[in-house]
Each structure stands twice: as C-alpha cells, then as structure tokens.
Design a protein around this ligand. Structure first.
Ligand code: 3HB
Length: 332
C-alpha cells in the first residue's frame, strides 16, 4: 500500500527512512526555484511555495516494500515493485513548452521502462505562473502546451490522463512529481458541473490543461480499499470562473464542486460504485492568492472538512489570474 503524511519541516526531515518513496518540501521564502535532490537517498523536491510562512511542511509518500531509487539531475525516482514516485525539474528559461514536453516524455518513458504504467496523480509547479514568457504567452499556457504535446505523444502507452494540480511557486522554472503503480487500476473522473479541462476552449490558451478532476486507485496487489485523489479544484463552472472578486463565493463553489465530484451520482458515471463525502477528505492543500483572504478561507474549510483533517494553507499564485483559491484533497 501507499500512504501520505504531512510533517512539519525540520532540517533534512524524513526519519524514519524505511519505506520512504519520496518527499516534497513545501518550503518557505527561498528566492530560487525548485530544488531536486536526494536527501538520505530519498528523492526530495523542495518547492519555494509559500509567500506567507517561513516554515513549510513536508509531504511524505511511504510504501511497504523495499525501495530502490535512481535518476539524474532532471528526474529522480524511487519504486518498491508496486508504486513509483518520480519528480522532475525544469530550470528557469525564456519559454517552457519544449522543456516541459521533453521532461514529461522522459517520465512517461521511465514509468513504461520500469513497469509502472498507471500514473494516478501528478502535481505541477510553475514559477511566474501568470507572467508572460519571452513570446508574450502566459507561463502557465506555455507549460500546458508542452504538457499537452507530451500526453498526445504518450497516449498509446499511458492509462489515461490522471488527476493533477497545476499551481504557482516562487522563483522561476517549473517542477512536477507523480505517483504511478504497477498492478493497480485507476479510474479518471470528470465533474458534470465542469467542462473537462482537456476540452477547454482556446480562449484559455493554445492547448488545454491535461488533467482529470479526480483519479481513484483500486486493486493494487496489496491494497483492497480505493483511494481517491481530488485534483486542484477552483471556482469554475462549465469552463468559466465564477465570483471573480468574491472569496466567499469562490470558496463555496470550489467546495461544492468537490462535494459533487466525489458524490455517488458523479462517480457512478465513471463506473465507480462508491460515494464519498467532504468529511472523508484528508491531506487537503488549500492554495490562496491573497493573504487578506486567509481568514475567510479557513472559516469555509473548517466548516466543510473534518475537524481532524490535515489541512495546509499555502499562499501562492493560481493558474488563472481571476482565481483566488484552489483546493486539492485525498480520500486515503
Ligand atoms: C493543471 O494544470 O494541472 C491544473 C491546474 C489547476 C487545477 C488542477 C490542475 O488549476
């Protein structure tokens, strides 16, 4: 099985080491971009994420099996025979599409070569996400172009397009990490309240974002229960942002979108015969654009989610300039 935990970041976190597949340090104020390194042999991605907090937290992915790791400066990975963690980093550049396509394709090659064909969750981080690249195209749209090209080229050997998050980070460049499995089956879920992101019209960029609204994971050799990964979810109905200047309205729509996404009615459309409720969600990350909105966002999340759910609030930019908040979560 695979499981997630959030721990407060201490210097070189991550003890005990056994069963550790990968760790992602959602860090503090670092001005440089993301850093990919092995810490005590564990693939570790440091993200300069949160404008507001000097101390960050670390997301840890743990498995039961014996972990083997490998990689290079651009791509580090670890795997245990059933699950694979892979993290990649794209250095600052005038434009991102080509480098994104190439690194994504390297990751797709890796999962195929090592025998983990089902990617069930991806997280993407883009520096200056709403700023323009050297050609005047927004960095996020530029990133989406390269990623869409990679998914198109990799389509025949991938088991669908999984849940994802695509969010800002401090500094420049881009980074991603993903989880894949060998024998588990993933179902990729859309939300009837929203147009699938991969069908967005070109007003949002030359190529649409490549992700599903959620992915479930079931039937890994040693994991009977089904995990559900909720993608970054915002105040979007159809394909349009709603309540552009209203944080309470955006929180309400984002949370309602998640509630519907995980409902029996919506999951059944994808052949998943379970129902989930907001109170089952854990390992929730709430990304918000403006510090002034944090109190309202906390109030909405405390009302919606279980009191003992792990929730982390991260101040950063969001993929559309008019979005103020985005929420991702997990049914463990
Ligand atoms: C993405 O581009 O992967 C993405 C962006 C979002 C939410 C979820 C995924 O704003």
């Amino acid at each position: 099985m695979i499981n997630c935990s959030f721990v407060e970041t201490t210097r070189d976190a991550a003890a005990p080491r056994s069963g550790l597949l990968g760790q992602v340090i959602y860090g503090g104020h670092a001005q440089r971009g993301a850093v990919l390194e092995r810490l005590q042999g564990i693939p570790s991605l440091r993200l300069p994420m949160d404008r507001a907090q000097a101390e960050g937290f670390t997301e840890i992915w743990r498995v039961d099996g014996t972990v083997h790791e490998g990689g290079d400066e651009e791509l580090l990975y670890a795997h245990d025979g059933e699950f694979l963690f892979c993290a990649g980093i794209i250095p600052p550049a005038p434009r991102y599409a080509d480098a994104t396509r190439e690194l994504y394709l390297r990751a797709f090659d890796l999962v195929e070569r090592l025998g983990y064909p089902t990617i069930f969750r991806i997280w993407n981080f883009i520096g200056g996400i709403n700023a323009d690249n050297a050609d005047g195209l927004e960095n996020y749209r530029d990133f989406c172009r390269g990623r869409a090209e990679a998914f198109e080229a990799g389509q025949s050997r991938l088991h669908g397009m999984p849940a994802a998050t695509g969010i800002g980070m401090a500094g420049a460049g881009a980074a991603f990490y993903l989880l894949a499995c060998r024998s588990g089956a993933a179902a990729h879920i859309e939300n009837t309240r929203q147009v699938p992101a991969w069908q967005y019209p070109t007003q949002y960029g030359p190529r649409p974002p490549s992700f599903a609204r959620a992915s479930t994971l079931q039937g890994s050799s040693d994991q009977a229960s089904r995990m559900l990964f909720v993608s970054g979810t915002a105040s979007i109905l159809g394909h349009e942002t709603v309540h552009p200047d209203d944080i309470d309205g955006q929180c309400r729509v984002a949370i309602d979108n998640i509630a519907h996404l995980i409902s029996r009615e919506n999951l059944a459309l994808h052949g998943v015969a379970t129902a989930h409720a907001l109170r089952e969600l854990d390992f929730i990350k709430v990304y918000y654009r403006h510090g002034r909105d944090l109190a309202s966002i906390r109030a909405a999340c405390c009302h919606a989610f279980r009191p003992d759910a792990q929730i982390r609030y991260i101040e950063t930019d969001i993929c559309r300039a008019d979005l103020l908040v985005e929420i991702e979560a997990l049914v463990p």
